[in-house]
Ligand binder design. Structure first.
Ligand code: SF4
Length: 224
């Protein structure tokens, strides 16, 4: 069946910010913002990948290099997938190969770095959602090249101060991820209510987003 022309195009990295704050996810998805220096920015990804390299023995695995190559990760290629009239695009951080009963599987890794002692709850939820979206995005391709998804995948959080792994969170494939994507689009369209994130998160929100956020202005005035 022919797919409808996509009406909405989202990047995984911005769409997942809905978990940080719905308003932030919407602003970043629909505005071309100047580069945002945040913990999960490009520079941080490079630091994170380097740290992952140092901590992961599996980095030297031949199959891992092969799969990264087949997915175009080292050439900076993105993966895209369409759901209804929604097109989602993104590029995974990293992966590991798992061998089990003579078969090979792929475990995906989302790398985050922070200069804090830990990520706040909604920051962590954002990273988990991001990985869930990558699992959905890459699943078919990985099956096609003979390295299907493993059961467990990981969000790894490293310290920017000393390069140490602060936390590793296990993430499973979310069978309801398409429901979540459709719900978010409804929220963006104004067909479903938004739930505001606590004002404390506004402090962590990038300046470029705050400048475009009507809620922020109101909340500041009300001293929330
Ligand atoms: S400034 Fe606050 S309300 Fe506005 S997008 Fe950021 S976190 Fe959300």
């Amino acid at each position: 069946m022919l797919k409808p022309e996509p009406k909405y195009k989202f990047r995984v990295s911005t769409l997942s910010h809905v978990e940080f704050c719905v308003k932030r996810g919407k602003i970043e998805s629909f505005n071309k913002l100047p580069p945002i220096r945040v913990i999960d920015g490009k520079g941080a990804i490079i630091i994170g990948n380097r740290l992952h390299f140092e901590y992961s023995y599996a980095y030297r695995d031949f199959d891992r290099v092969l799969v990264r190559n087949r997915l175009g990760l080292d050439k900076g290629e993105s993966m895209e997938k369409q759901l209804d009239d929604i097109l989602i695009r993104g590029r995974l951080d990293d992966l590991n190969i798992i061998r089990y009963k003579d078969k090979k599987f792929t475990s995906l890794v989302e790398v985050k770095t922070t200069n804090k002692k830990y990520l706040w709850r909604r920051e962590l939820n954002t990273a988990i959602r991001q990985l869930e979206l990558y699992l959905w995005l890459y699943r078919d391709r990985l099956e096609k090249i003979g390295f299907p998804l493993w059961k467990r995948h990981y969000v790894e959080i490293y310290s920017q101060r000393n390069g140490k792994l602060i936390k590793r969170v296990i993430v499973y494939y979310n069978e309801r991820i398409e429901e979540w994507i459709r719900l978010v689009v409804k929220i963006f369209q104004g067909l479903h209510p938004m739930t505001v994130s606590p004002f404390s998160y506004c402090r962590l929100c990038p300046k470029q987003v705050k400048e475009r956020c009507s809620w922020y202005e109101l909340r500041k005035e009300e001293g929330q």
